[in-house]
Write a protein that binds this ligand. Structure first.
Ligand code: ARG
Length: 459
């Protein structure tokens, strides 16, 4: 039987269950392209160091490209002894080009190799995720722009609070996503650090040109400490924390629309494309897409929490515990990517019911505006809040709305009330009064749209 890549000092066989336990190829084969790219760059660097002749380097890089093509064509034959993507690729390279393949690993360790692969792989994924996130924000902004005349209740504690524009709600969620986009961009410099050339832990003894490697592979900087280069997984922790926070935003948005899609609210209806029926109750249309968006936030948090625990208490440099970095990272990438795409689909196809939103506005939501009216007549707000509260109580005792109290009723509550108090009871006016930056007035909603478009680079 064939020897393991590291088999020289071993006489005993690996226990089959241990082999299975140790093997990461079943999931780390996703990084096949990053692994090949890293190896091609390394072969070139070895040639520059004089370890490989030009001819040898060419043979190796051509062989590596062929191995890469096999992965792409799904024709790569995994062997039972392949341990991970690194050993699998090297094994195949040597099959293709002979013993020369064994020169590739000179001065390199799987420790600097795997760290390099992870970073390269994640950088590619971050680009894709950024794109999905931008698409989601853009769909929300365009919707907000088209539907800005519709008013709805804004809630605190899920109790009707003050009238807002529907667009203001959309832009609230979009603003969180914009911050997520900024935060994701800020992670990139810390992912884009080259470990290759760190060796197993102490560095590379062949004077390999790491600036050349960084340039070849597109890294922004170089790990300045080789022990850190092989040990650092903070970039994964940060990505998982970022994912956790972004999923929190997705979950919060999903929850809003789940509530608003109930018959009790009836503000929105999910398109058929993003809902499912019940196997027993024919009338049901369930917001499964939104519920999964909400539920998957727990899964991503779990990836983050689990991996942070795996790191806790590790001694310095590489330990096999670090192999536990892959599944949480892959799963977070898959989950977050899917969630942004599904969110985009849900939002872009959502049917809204502006009449229902409007009908849910009640005059008591203008009690603050009533207090504001008196503020403008010179009464301190704390007092006006109290007077307005008495108006609400009076209306309640008469089983009417506050706009149904007479001007005389109001004058009885405060001599500052004039006949113009009736003007307060206008939802449109209430919304338009919120015209400081960030408010729900038309102008300020338009400003938000402008700001978000600028962030997306679409204006
Ligand atoms: N599959 C390993 C991992 O993912 C690669 C590094 C192995 N290094 C080692 N010293 N055994 O971490």
């Amino acid at each position: 039987t064939k020897q393991k890549l590291w088999g020289g000092r071993f006489t005993g066989k690996t226990d089959p269950l241990m082999h299975e336990f140790n093997q990461s190829l079943k999931y780390d084969q996703r990084m096949h392209d990053a692994d090949i790219r890293g190896s091609i760059a390394y072969a070139k660097a070895l040639q520059r160091s004089g370890i490989l002749t030009e001819e040898e380097a060419t043979k190796i890089t051509t062989g590596l490209a062929q191995v890469g093509d096999e992965w792409k064509a799904s024709s790569f034959q995994v062997q039972p002894d392949d341990e991970d993507i690194h050993t699998a690729n090297e094994r195949r390279l040597s099959e293709l080009i002979g013993p020369l393949g064994g020169k590739l690993h000179t001065g390199r360790s799987r420790n600097d190799q795997v760290a390099t692969d992870m970073r390269l792989w994640l950088l590619d994924q971050v680009d894709d995720i950024k794109e999905s996130l931008r698409n989601l924000i853009s769909v929300m902004v365009e919707r907000a722009d088209k539907e800005k005349e519709y008013l709805m209740p804004g809630y605190t504690h899920l109790q009707r609070a003050q009238p807002i524009r529907w667009s203001h709600l959309l832009l609230f969620h979009a603003t969180s996503f914009k911050c997520d986009l900024e935060r994701l961009e800020q992670l990139i410099p810390r992912i884009s650090v080259l470990p290759l050339g760190s060796g197993a832990l102490a560095g590379n003894p062949y004077g390999v040109d790491r600036e050349f490697l960084a340039k070849e592979l597109g890294f922004a900087s170089i790990a300045e400490n080789s022990m850190w280069g092989v040990a650092d997984r903070d970039f994964i922790v940060e990505f998982l924390m970022w994912s956790t926070m972004s999923m929190g935003h997705i979950s919060r948005m999903a929850e809003d629309f789940i509530v608003y899609s109930t018959a009790e609210f009836g503000f929105v209806t999910l398109s058929d494309a993003y809902s499912t029926g019940s196997s027993i109750m024919p009338q049901k249309k369930n917001p499964d897409s939104l519920e999964l968006l909400r539920g998957k936030s727990g899964r991503v948090f779990g990836n983050m929490a689990g991996f942070v625990m795996s790191l806790k208490g590790l001694p310095s440099t590489y330990n096999k515990d670090l192999q536990e970095d892959k599944e949480p990272m892959f799963d977070a990438v898959d989950t977050v990517s899917a969630c942004f795409k599904i969110s985009e689909g849900v939002i872009s196809t959502l049917n809204i019911h502006p009449n229902k939103m409007r009908a849910a506005l009640t005059m008591d939501m203008l009690a603050t505006d009533l207090a504001d009216y008196l503020v403008r007549k010179g009464i301190p707000f704390r007092e006006t809040h109290h007077i307005s509260g008495r108006a609400v109580a009076l209306a309640e005792s008469r089983k009417v709305q506050i706009d149904e109290l007479t001007a005389e009723d109001y004058k009885g509550l405060s001599d500052k009330f004039g006949d113009d108090v009736k003007g307060v009871f206008d939802f449109e006016r209430s919304v338009e009064n919120r015209d400081a930056i960030g408010g729900t007035s038309l102008k300020m909603v338009e400003r938000q749209i402008q700001v978000l478009r600028q962030a997306l680079g679409t204006s």
